[in-house]
Design a protein around this ligand. Structure first.
Ligand SMILES: Cc1ncc(COP(=O)(O)O)c(C=O)c1O
Length: 461
């Protein structure tokens, strides 16, 4: 090999623009390089062709512009910088205790202790994830006795929480349904658009929120779903719609399913709050189960960030319900094919926590109590906020929409200028679309928040 290497004399050392230094070494042993009297580096050259560039000021990445801050995560940054004692962070969708502390559920700690006692290893998982997790997550979603589970018609792969699972499905759509459109609600969780954009899947919006009623624009929703090209994917929030907190009623879900069936669309559920919205795993899965029971093919992304508080473990799943077990096997093989070059295989820790909890009756029951507790705390501050708004605002405005909404968010109906007033004057941090996370609201601050909302609503245009 050494005989093919040119001698050291062929190494070129030439200044870059400005005061950079470029050195192309084609061979050599130990090398010290100086430019303008300064020592730049010592390089032990192996006998291979090596190209090195030492740029002092000019970056090869100069043309990369600054990315805008994430509209949701940026709220926390601004909150941290505020030193006011009454400041309140209602921007990020993460559960907080009454003392505004993040919560690690006891049941999670117990599951982790079990894992330690068993001395489980850290070997790679298969591409599709932990088998025990995939089994329980699909059963939790559809019901163990459901036809889709019994007939093995669900292709389930472990995903990197809700976001990663949605991204896998987006890649599947791009690959196997080229040109198909995804319909997303207006508004929706901010990351949906990013996910489909990055996967190069075209999307358009269907009407969802009616600012006049701060409720569901059901007629608009139905007519937009009807008007979409046949065979589109319709992204639906399984429960606790983010950001509005407004869900269709069971009767409305039936009509949505009718229209989707008529138009030969494919429903695509995002289930990020199962059990966390109402406190009941079954109730929060009822929309998905309604569609599955009709024999429809559908996609469902799941997340355990909120309901188990496993935000940073990145545990979730992508489920594709197919009309035959045969198709499910093939779809699963393709999901794995997409996952392999993206991240190879998913992390094990969160998958084991979920599998241990759901697979153990005692822990499973404890988790259900935890969810009731978390959902209960959110419902109680929702009620208290409404009581405050009603008692303090004598303008006659109807604030009852606050009570009709469900889950961790409330869409206040405040516009951008009013939301800015909430932050600038009242130190209440929230997204600019008027969304507040009630999970970050302690009982003691409900009245303060009511004052801030009333002031912003009435005194800012
Ligand atoms: C509607 C919706 N989908 C998906 C997610 C994804 O969350 P994660 O990736 O943490 O599971 C969220 C989180 O806020 C959400 O609100």
């Amino acid at each position: 090999m050494a005989s093919t290497v040119p001698p050291l004399a062929s190494a070129s050392i030439a200044p870059l623009q400005n005061d950079g230094l470029k050195a192309n070494f084609k061979t050599g042993t130990s090398l010290q390089c100086t430019f303008l009297g300064k020592e730049f580096y010592k390089a032990k050259q192996s006998f291979t062709r090596t190209s090195m560039t030492v740029a002092v000021k000019v970056s090869r990445f100069n043309d990369i512009t600054m990315a805008p801050p994430d509209p949701i995560l940026g709220v926390s940054e601004a909150f941290k910088a505020d030193t006011h004692e009454l400041k309140l962070n209602l921007g990020v969708g993460a559960y907080r205790t009454e003392d505004l502390q993040p919560l690690v559920l006891n049941v999670v700690k117990k599951a982790e202790n079990l894992m330690l006692e068993r001395g489980e290893n850290k070997e790679y998982l298969p591409i599709e994830g932990l088998a025990a997790f995939n089994k329980v997550t699909a059963e939790l979603l559809f019901g163990a006795d459901s036809a889709v589970i019994q007939q093995q018609r669900v292709a389930t792969v472990q995903g990197l929480s809700g976001t990663g699972s949605l991204r896998l499905a987006a890649a599947l759509i791009e690959r196997y349904f080229p040109g198909s459109k995804v319909l997303i609600s207006a508004p929706t969780w901010g990351n949906h658009k990013n996910i489909f954009n990055d996967a190069r899947v075209p999307w358009s919006e269907y009407r969802y929120y009616d600012p006049k009623t701060v409720g569901l624009d059901f007629e608009g929703m139905i007519s937009d779903i009807k008007a979409a090209p046949e065979g589109s994917f319709v992204l639906l929030h399984g429960c606790a719609h983010n950001p509005t907190g407004i869900d269709p009623t069971p009767e409305q879900w039936e009509i949505i399913a009718d229209v989707i069936q008529e138009k030969n669309h494919i429903p695509f559920f995002d289930v990020a709050y199962q059990g966390f919205a109402s406190g009941s795993l079954d109730k929060d899965a009822s929309s998905v189960r309604l569609f599955a029971a009709r024999g429809m093919e559908l996609l469902v992304a799941q997340s355990y960030s909120k309901n188990l508080g496993l935000y940073a473990e990145r545990i979730g799943a992508m489920n594709v319900v197919c009309s035959s077990s045969d198709a499910a096997v093939r779809v699963k093989s393709q999901l794995k094919r997409i996952a392999r070059p993206m991240y190879s295989n998913p992390p094990i820790h969160g998958a084991r926590i979920v599998a241990n909890i759901v697979g153990n009756t005692e822990l499973f029951n404890e988790w259900k109590e935890d969810m009731e507790l978390m959902a209960g705390r959110i419902k109680s501050v929702r009620q208290k906020l409404y009581d405050g708004l009603k008692a303090k605002d004598n303008s006659g405005k109807d604030w009852s929409f606050v009570l009709k909404q469900i889950g961790m968010f409330s869409f206040t109906g405040l516009n951008k200028a009013q939301s800015d007033n909430m932050t600038n004057k009242w130190h209440v941090y929230m997204t600019k679309d008027g969304r507040i996370s009630l999970a970050g609201l302690p009982s003691a601050k409900c009245d303060y928040l009511a004052d801030a909302i009333i002031d912003s609503y009435h005194n800012v245009n």
